[in-house]
Design a protein around this ligand. Structure first.
Ligand SMILES: NC(=O)c1ccc[n+]([C@@H]2O[C@H](COP(=O)([O-])OP(=O)(O)OC[C@H]3O[C@@H](n4cnc5c(N)ncnc54)[C@H](OP(=O)(O)O)[C@@H]3O)[C@@H](O)[C@H]2O)c1
Length: 248
Protein backbone atom coordinates (compact mmCIF):
# COMPACT_ATOMS: atom_id res chain seq x y z
CA UNK A 1 0.00 0.00 0.00
CA UNK A 2 1.75 3.18 -1.15
CA UNK A 3 0.23 5.55 1.44
CA UNK A 4 -0.55 3.79 4.70
CA UNK A 5 -3.60 5.31 6.38
CA UNK A 6 -3.50 6.34 9.98
CA UNK A 7 -6.25 6.33 12.56
CA UNK A 8 -8.25 9.53 12.50
CA UNK A 9 -11.62 11.15 12.63
CA UNK A 10 -14.32 9.84 10.35
CA UNK A 11 -18.03 10.46 10.04
CA UNK A 12 -20.44 8.39 12.06
CA UNK A 13 -21.31 5.25 10.15
CA UNK A 14 -18.37 5.58 7.80
CA UNK A 15 -16.41 2.58 6.72
CA UNK A 16 -12.73 2.45 5.92
CA UNK A 17 -10.16 4.58 7.65
CA UNK A 18 -9.36 8.25 7.80
CA UNK A 19 -6.07 9.36 6.36
CA UNK A 20 -5.62 12.20 8.84
CA UNK A 21 -4.54 15.73 8.10
CA UNK A 22 -1.15 15.29 6.47
CA UNK A 23 -1.54 16.49 2.87
CA UNK A 24 0.65 14.65 0.39
CA UNK A 25 -0.26 17.08 -2.41
CA UNK A 26 1.52 16.12 -5.61
CA UNK A 27 3.58 13.34 -4.08
CA UNK A 28 5.25 11.32 -6.85
CA UNK A 29 4.30 7.71 -7.31
CA UNK A 30 4.63 5.11 -10.06
CA UNK A 31 1.75 3.71 -12.12
CA UNK A 32 3.21 1.06 -14.37
CA UNK A 33 6.24 2.74 -15.85
CA UNK A 34 4.85 6.29 -15.43
CA UNK A 35 5.59 8.70 -12.58
CA UNK A 36 2.39 10.53 -11.56
CA UNK A 37 1.53 13.33 -9.19
CA UNK A 38 -0.57 11.77 -6.45
CA UNK A 39 -3.46 13.83 -5.18
CA UNK A 40 -5.86 13.00 -2.38
CA UNK A 41 -9.29 13.41 -3.94
CA UNK A 42 -12.71 13.59 -2.34
CA UNK A 43 -15.47 12.46 -4.72
CA UNK A 44 -18.91 13.52 -3.45
CA UNK A 45 -21.60 11.38 -5.06
CA UNK A 46 -19.23 8.47 -5.57
CA UNK A 47 -21.53 5.46 -5.45
CA UNK A 48 -23.07 5.73 -8.92
CA UNK A 49 -22.81 7.36 -12.32
CA UNK A 50 -20.11 9.92 -13.07
CA UNK A 51 -18.94 9.89 -9.45
CA UNK A 52 -18.29 6.14 -9.49
CA UNK A 53 -16.58 6.37 -12.88
CA UNK A 54 -14.42 9.19 -11.50
CA UNK A 55 -13.41 7.03 -8.56
CA UNK A 56 -12.26 4.35 -10.99
CA UNK A 57 -10.46 6.78 -13.30
CA UNK A 58 -8.70 8.62 -10.46
CA UNK A 59 -7.54 5.37 -8.89
CA UNK A 60 -6.29 4.20 -12.29
CA UNK A 61 -4.32 7.44 -12.58
CA UNK A 62 -2.65 6.60 -9.26
CA UNK A 63 -4.46 9.06 -6.98
CA UNK A 64 -5.87 8.38 -3.53
CA UNK A 65 -9.65 8.61 -3.43
CA UNK A 66 -12.10 9.16 -0.61
CA UNK A 67 -15.46 8.05 -2.03
CA UNK A 68 -18.34 9.88 -0.35
CA UNK A 69 -22.00 8.86 -0.64
CA UNK A 70 -24.84 7.67 1.56
CA UNK A 71 -24.33 4.20 0.10
CA UNK A 72 -20.53 4.32 -0.09
CA UNK A 73 -20.32 0.93 1.61
CA UNK A 74 -21.79 -0.62 -1.55
CA UNK A 75 -18.96 0.56 -3.81
CA UNK A 76 -17.59 -2.69 -5.20
CA UNK A 77 -14.03 -1.66 -5.98
CA UNK A 78 -11.00 -3.21 -4.40
CA UNK A 79 -8.04 -0.84 -4.41
CA UNK A 80 -5.61 0.16 -1.66
CA UNK A 81 -5.97 3.81 -2.70
CA UNK A 82 -9.74 3.81 -2.06
CA UNK A 83 -11.47 4.87 1.14
CA UNK A 84 -15.24 4.54 1.34
CA UNK A 85 -16.86 7.33 3.33
CA UNK A 86 -20.51 6.98 4.22
CA UNK A 87 -22.01 10.45 4.54
CA UNK A 88 -24.76 12.83 3.55
CA UNK A 89 -23.77 15.87 1.49
CA UNK A 90 -26.45 17.84 3.36
CA UNK A 91 -24.86 17.11 6.73
CA UNK A 92 -22.18 19.72 7.48
CA UNK A 93 -20.49 17.46 10.03
CA UNK A 94 -20.09 14.69 7.45
CA UNK A 95 -18.75 17.16 4.90
CA UNK A 96 -16.23 18.73 7.28
CA UNK A 97 -14.97 15.30 8.37
CA UNK A 98 -14.69 14.09 4.78
CA UNK A 99 -12.54 17.09 3.80
CA UNK A 100 -9.78 16.21 6.23
CA UNK A 101 -6.48 15.75 4.38
CA UNK A 102 -8.05 16.37 0.95
CA UNK A 103 -6.39 18.27 -1.91
CA UNK A 104 -9.10 18.27 -4.59
CA UNK A 105 -12.89 17.94 -4.37
CA UNK A 106 -15.05 16.48 -7.14
CA UNK A 107 -18.75 17.20 -6.69
CA UNK A 108 -20.80 14.71 -8.71
CA UNK A 109 -24.15 14.70 -6.95
CA UNK A 110 -27.33 13.67 -8.73
CA UNK A 111 -31.02 13.24 -8.02
CA UNK A 112 -33.02 10.25 -9.27
CA UNK A 113 -35.13 10.83 -12.41
CA UNK A 114 -38.27 10.14 -10.35
CA UNK A 115 -37.57 13.28 -8.27
CA UNK A 116 -36.90 15.68 -11.17
CA UNK A 117 -40.50 16.91 -11.38
CA UNK A 118 -40.61 17.95 -7.71
CA UNK A 119 -38.66 20.76 -6.04
CA UNK A 120 -34.88 20.20 -6.25
CA UNK A 121 -32.52 21.82 -3.77
CA UNK A 122 -29.81 19.16 -3.32
CA UNK A 123 -27.21 20.89 -5.50
CA UNK A 124 -27.44 24.34 -3.93
CA UNK A 125 -27.90 23.12 -0.38
CA UNK A 126 -24.97 20.72 -0.57
CA UNK A 127 -22.82 23.47 -2.12
CA UNK A 128 -23.82 25.95 0.58
CA UNK A 129 -22.33 23.51 3.09
CA UNK A 130 -19.33 22.42 1.04
CA UNK A 131 -17.89 25.78 -0.06
CA UNK A 132 -17.51 27.38 3.39
CA UNK A 133 -16.13 24.08 4.73
CA UNK A 134 -13.53 23.99 1.95
CA UNK A 135 -12.60 27.61 2.60
CA UNK A 136 -12.17 26.94 6.30
CA UNK A 137 -10.05 23.86 5.56
CA UNK A 138 -7.89 25.77 3.06
CA UNK A 139 -8.80 23.47 0.15
CA UNK A 140 -8.97 25.50 -3.06
CA UNK A 141 -9.65 23.12 -5.93
CA UNK A 142 -13.18 22.00 -6.83
CA UNK A 143 -14.39 20.25 -9.98
CA UNK A 144 -18.19 20.39 -10.02
CA UNK A 145 -20.37 18.39 -12.41
CA UNK A 146 -23.44 20.39 -13.44
CA UNK A 147 -24.68 19.93 -17.03
CA UNK A 148 -25.13 21.44 -20.47
CA UNK A 149 -27.88 24.04 -20.01
CA UNK A 150 -26.60 25.34 -16.68
CA UNK A 151 -25.75 29.01 -16.21
CA UNK A 152 -24.53 30.79 -19.33
CA UNK A 153 -24.87 27.59 -21.41
CA UNK A 154 -28.67 27.82 -21.17
CA UNK A 155 -28.69 30.11 -24.21
CA UNK A 156 -26.95 27.39 -26.24
CA UNK A 157 -29.86 24.95 -25.93
CA UNK A 158 -31.44 24.48 -29.36
CA UNK A 159 -34.84 26.09 -29.97
CA UNK A 160 -36.63 22.74 -30.33
CA UNK A 161 -35.10 21.41 -27.11
CA UNK A 162 -35.79 24.45 -24.92
CA UNK A 163 -39.38 23.74 -23.91
CA UNK A 164 -39.04 20.00 -23.21
CA UNK A 165 -35.73 20.65 -21.43
CA UNK A 166 -37.34 23.21 -19.12
CA UNK A 167 -40.35 20.96 -18.49
CA UNK A 168 -38.29 17.95 -17.43
CA UNK A 169 -35.05 19.40 -16.07
CA UNK A 170 -36.05 23.00 -15.22
CA UNK A 171 -36.13 22.61 -11.45
CA UNK A 172 -32.88 20.68 -11.30
CA UNK A 173 -31.11 23.13 -13.59
CA UNK A 174 -32.37 26.17 -11.67
CA UNK A 175 -30.78 24.56 -8.64
CA UNK A 176 -27.60 23.80 -10.57
CA UNK A 177 -27.53 27.50 -11.54
CA UNK A 178 -27.54 28.33 -7.82
CA UNK A 179 -24.81 25.71 -7.25
CA UNK A 180 -22.55 27.27 -9.89
CA UNK A 181 -23.26 30.81 -8.64
CA UNK A 182 -22.30 29.90 -5.08
CA UNK A 183 -19.03 28.39 -6.28
CA UNK A 184 -18.29 31.34 -8.58
CA UNK A 185 -18.79 33.69 -5.62
CA UNK A 186 -16.12 31.82 -3.65
CA UNK A 187 -12.37 32.24 -3.91
CA UNK A 188 -12.01 28.59 -4.93
CA UNK A 189 -10.25 27.33 -8.04
CA UNK A 190 -13.24 25.83 -9.79
CA UNK A 191 -14.02 24.00 -12.98
CA UNK A 192 -17.63 23.39 -14.04
CA UNK A 193 -18.06 20.19 -16.02
CA UNK A 194 -21.22 20.40 -18.11
CA UNK A 195 -21.83 17.13 -19.94
CA UNK A 196 -24.43 16.74 -22.67
CA UNK A 197 -26.73 13.73 -22.52
CA UNK A 198 -25.08 10.97 -20.48
CA UNK A 199 -24.73 7.44 -21.78
CA UNK A 200 -23.49 4.24 -20.14
CA UNK A 201 -20.53 2.36 -21.52
CA UNK A 202 -16.78 2.46 -21.63
CA UNK A 203 -14.54 5.46 -22.05
CA UNK A 204 -13.73 6.19 -25.69
CA UNK A 205 -11.33 9.09 -25.18
CA UNK A 206 -12.98 10.65 -28.24
CA UNK A 207 -15.09 13.28 -26.48
CA UNK A 208 -14.84 17.00 -27.10
CA UNK A 209 -14.03 19.56 -24.43
CA UNK A 210 -15.84 22.75 -25.47
CA UNK A 211 -14.42 25.65 -23.50
CA UNK A 212 -15.38 28.44 -25.91
CA UNK A 213 -19.03 29.47 -25.32
CA UNK A 214 -19.58 29.97 -29.07
CA UNK A 215 -18.90 26.24 -29.55
CA UNK A 216 -21.33 25.01 -26.90
CA UNK A 217 -23.88 22.47 -28.11
CA UNK A 218 -25.68 19.41 -26.85
CA UNK A 219 -24.62 15.84 -27.66
CA UNK A 220 -24.09 12.41 -26.20
CA UNK A 221 -21.16 11.62 -23.92
CA UNK A 222 -20.47 8.60 -21.75
CA UNK A 223 -20.11 8.94 -17.99
CA UNK A 224 -16.75 7.18 -18.33
CA UNK A 225 -15.51 9.84 -20.76
CA UNK A 226 -16.68 12.59 -18.37
CA UNK A 227 -14.72 10.81 -15.63
CA UNK A 228 -11.68 10.64 -17.90
CA UNK A 229 -11.80 14.42 -18.29
CA UNK A 230 -12.19 14.92 -14.53
CA UNK A 231 -9.27 12.60 -13.78
CA UNK A 232 -7.16 14.65 -16.17
CA UNK A 233 -8.14 17.88 -14.39
CA UNK A 234 -7.21 16.32 -11.05
CA UNK A 235 -3.71 15.51 -12.25
CA UNK A 236 -3.16 18.61 -14.38
CA UNK A 237 -5.60 21.51 -13.93
CA UNK A 238 -6.12 23.01 -17.39
CA UNK A 239 -9.55 24.64 -17.01
CA UNK A 240 -9.42 26.56 -13.72
CA UNK A 241 -12.24 29.13 -13.44
CA UNK A 242 -13.76 27.81 -16.65
CA UNK A 243 -16.97 26.01 -17.55
CA UNK A 244 -16.60 23.33 -20.19
CA UNK A 245 -19.25 21.44 -22.13
CA UNK A 246 -18.42 17.79 -22.84
CA UNK A 247 -19.92 15.96 -25.80
CA UNK A 248 -18.86 12.91 -27.80
N1 LIG B 1 -28.57 12.20 -17.21
C1 LIG B 1 -28.04 13.07 -18.07
O1 LIG B 1 -28.13 12.91 -19.29
C2 LIG B 1 -27.26 14.25 -17.53
C3 LIG B 1 -26.78 15.20 -18.41
C4 LIG B 1 -25.98 16.24 -17.92
C5 LIG B 1 -25.71 16.32 -16.57
N2 LIG B 1 -26.21 15.39 -15.72
C6 LIG B 1 -25.85 15.51 -14.29
O2 LIG B 1 -24.72 14.71 -14.03
C7 LIG B 1 -24.68 14.44 -12.61
C8 LIG B 1 -24.34 12.99 -12.38
O3 LIG B 1 -25.39 12.18 -12.88
P1 LIG B 1 -25.25 10.58 -12.86
O4 LIG B 1 -26.49 10.06 -13.53
O5 LIG B 1 -23.92 10.18 -13.40
O6 LIG B 1 -25.21 10.26 -11.31
P2 LIG B 1 -26.33 9.58 -10.39
O7 LIG B 1 -26.51 8.17 -10.82
O8 LIG B 1 -27.51 10.49 -10.31
O9 LIG B 1 -25.55 9.54 -8.97
C9 LIG B 1 -25.74 10.51 -8.03
C10 LIG B 1 -24.77 10.34 -6.88
O10 LIG B 1 -25.08 11.33 -5.91
C11 LIG B 1 -25.11 10.71 -4.63
N3 LIG B 1 -25.97 11.46 -3.73
C12 LIG B 1 -27.23 11.90 -3.95
N4 LIG B 1 -27.68 12.55 -2.86
C13 LIG B 1 -26.68 12.53 -1.94
C14 LIG B 1 -26.53 13.03 -0.63
N5 LIG B 1 -27.51 13.71 -0.02
N6 LIG B 1 -25.37 12.82 0.01
C15 LIG B 1 -24.36 12.14 -0.59
N7 LIG B 1 -24.43 11.64 -1.83
C16 LIG B 1 -25.59 11.82 -2.49
C17 LIG B 1 -25.61 9.30 -4.92
O11 LIG B 1 -25.20 8.42 -3.89
P3 LIG B 1 -26.15 7.90 -2.69
O12 LIG B 1 -27.54 7.81 -3.21
O13 LIG B 1 -25.51 6.62 -2.32
O14 LIG B 1 -25.99 8.93 -1.62
C18 LIG B 1 -24.87 8.99 -6.20
O15 LIG B 1 -23.58 8.50 -5.91
C19 LIG B 1 -26.04 14.87 -12.07
O16 LIG B 1 -25.92 16.12 -11.44
C20 LIG B 1 -26.88 15.00 -13.32
O17 LIG B 1 -27.93 15.92 -13.17
C21 LIG B 1 -26.97 14.35 -16.17
Amino acid sequence: MPFPPRAGRNAAGSVGVSHGTDRPFRRLSSVGTREVNVTHVLVIGASKGIGLETVKAALKAGHRVRAFARSAADIAISDPGLERFTGNALDSGDVVAALEGIDVVVQALGVPASKLLGPVSLFSEATNRLVPAMERAGIRRIIAVTGFGTGDSRAAIGLLQRVPFRLVFGRAYDDKDAQEMRIRKSGLDWTFVRPGVLTPGAATGRYKVLADPTSWRNGLVSRADVADFIAGEIGQPAHVRQAVVLVG
